[in-house]
Ligand binder design. Structure first.
Ligand SMILES: *Cc1c(COP(=O)(O)O)cnc(C)c1O
Length: 396
């Protein structure tokens, strides 16, 4: 019998570069911990890339999925289902007046936002996004993504996309013209290395969009759902978008994407303009309702903020312990990054894993941390201890 690794190489298209050193075969998860096939336990600070925000197999999510799966798994959007409508109402009531469209992923939520922005005003079709951004892997969303490596080889790309400098309001203003439909940014850039927008920048974008009569789209696929200590990262700055997209953590591990549009924009989509077969599936929506129920029960989000501070202080302490190795600490709440002063991120990730901690290397110099929001102070301390050992090892 071939190993799983051999079968994977033989039967799955090689898009993920699962390097030999990270070739874990995971079989079980509970809370912030996962186990591999050999029974080894890991502290999971990757969280399925910001997806398992309540950790693995949270009882509220498991119960909701189990109940709904036994009742009604799928209907298509030809019919009404109660969980879909309840989730939409909860999202709108907790976020901003408007209406939602349900999809199955972050890219699809952003694709819907781009289509809606174009539909709002037929003369306006251009989208301005930020360098270093990430918005997904469909043709339109790789084009909105401000990193050339995701676009190379897929030309010709859709027209009308341009890129400005994150946190530089003037550079956005310079690109706005009579054909601009929207500005699209992540309040905290995730894949780009965890860079938070300043409150002044986001408020400036809000004013710019109001003045120019264009839409402001916040992509909170990664930084939303409580990760920064508020339900949405934009709540830190006091400027609301016209369109908000979310995905990753919302389904507690099940695939979901959502676009929430303010009433004016939402009305631009008419029956037949957009659709998704699975979008708003009752099982997924019940899972999301369970997630929101936990997140919105006080003092859950306040605790996320507190844990984020504790973790960041820990990273800064490591920075002082390893001044030649560890540099800038970035982030907000429980989305954070440690910048290394040498191209050692993959090595650090490998050493952490060997020590029982899963973290994520972005590029050559950045370590990203996305622990489940239910992480305990004790687990954060354990994570810091393993990270410290890894840095000691790297220092040689
Ligand atoms: C991950 C991500 C996406 C894409 O989400 P998928 O579910 O992988 O399609 C879009 N935007 C941001 C900010 C992301 O982090």
């Amino acid at each position: 019998m071939e190993t799983i690794q051999e079968q994977e190489a033989k039967y799955i298209i090689n898009t993920y570069n699962r390097r030999p050193e990270q070739n874990l075969l995971l079989v079980k998860g509970e809370g912030c911990r996962v186990w591999d096939e050999a029974g080894r336990e890991y502290l999971d600070f990757v969280s399925g890339l910001a997806v398992n925000i309540l950790g693995h197999c949270h009882p509220a999510v498991v119960e909701a999925v189990r109940d709904q799966a036994a009742l009604l798994i799928h209907t298509s959007n030809l019919y009404y289902t109660e969980p879909q409508v309840t989730l939409a109402r909860m999202l709108v009531e907790r976020t901003m007046p408007g209406r939602v469209f349900f999809a199955n992923s972050g890219a699809e939520a952003n694709e819907a936002a781009i289509k809606l922005a174009r539909k709002c005003d037929p003369r306006r079709y251009k989208i301005i996004s930020a360098h270093r951004s990430f918005h997904g892997r469909t043709l339109a969303t790789i084009t909105a993504t401000g990193q050339p490596k995701y676009r190379q080889g897929f030309e010709p790309l859709p027209e009308g996309f341009s890129y400005a400098v994150f946190n530089d309001l003037d550079s956005f203003e310079e690109l706005v013209d009579a054909e601009t439909a929207a500005i699209m940014v992540e309040p905290v850039q995730g894949e780009g290395g965890v860079h938070a927008a300043s409150a002044a920048f986001l408020r400036g974008l809000r004013e710019l969009c109001d003045r120019a009569g264009i839409l402001l789209i916040f992509d909170e696929v990664q930084c939303g759902m409580g990760r920064t200590g508020k339900l949405w990262a934009f709540e830190h700055c006091g400027a609301a978008p016209d369109i908000l997209t979310a995905a990753k953590g919302l389904g507690g591990g099940l695939p979901i994407g959502v676009m929430l549009a303010g009433e004016k924009a939402a009305g631009a989509f008419k029956p037949g303009d957009h659709a998704s077969t699975f979008g708003g599936n009752p099982v997924v929506c019940r899972a999301a309702l369970a997630v929101l129920g936990v997140l919105l029960r006080e003092p859950f989000l306040a605790q996320v903020e507190e844990k984020g501070r504790f973790w960041k202080e820990g990273l800064q302490r490591l920075g002082r312990l390893f001044p030649d190795l560890a540099g800038e600490v970035r982030g907000l709440g429980l989305i954070s990054a440690l910048e290394l002063k040498a191209p050692l991120a993959a090595g650090a990730q490998r050493r952490c894993q060997a020590g029982g901690l899963l973290v994520n290397a972005i590029g050559e110099t950045t370590l990203r941390f996305l622990p489940p929001l239910v992480v305990t102070a004790e687990q954060l301390e354990k994570g810091l201890a393993i990270l410290q050992q890894s840095l000691e090892g790297l220092q040689g």
